[in-house]
Design a protein around this ligand. Sequence first.
Ligand SMILES: [Zn+2]
Ligand SMILES: [Zn+2]
Length: 91
Amino acid sequence: MRYLTSPYAYACLVCDKKVCGGFEISKYEKRAGGVLMITALATKDLDHMVCAVCYRSVHFRCSKHPDSGFCDGCYDKACAAALKLNVEVEK
Ligand SMILES: [Zn+2]
Ligand SMILES: [Zn+2]
């Protein structure tokens, strides 16, 4: 059993408490051309996500946007960037 964990996955960004769980590699598959397909499943005790931008851990219960894959700070930044983009497009 191997776990994919972030080196920063120790404490929640918001409440500073330890996070639990991770991802378990369930299947390795070698495809044509040497492409390696890895299927990873979340462990049952998973209670947090790792932000796709800054790789910091946030509990689902602490995040304002648990389904976004971003911590609150990065989510806000992404929204601000998107808003800016809209404004520029509308001009
Ligand atoms: Zn937390
Ligand atoms: Zn982040």
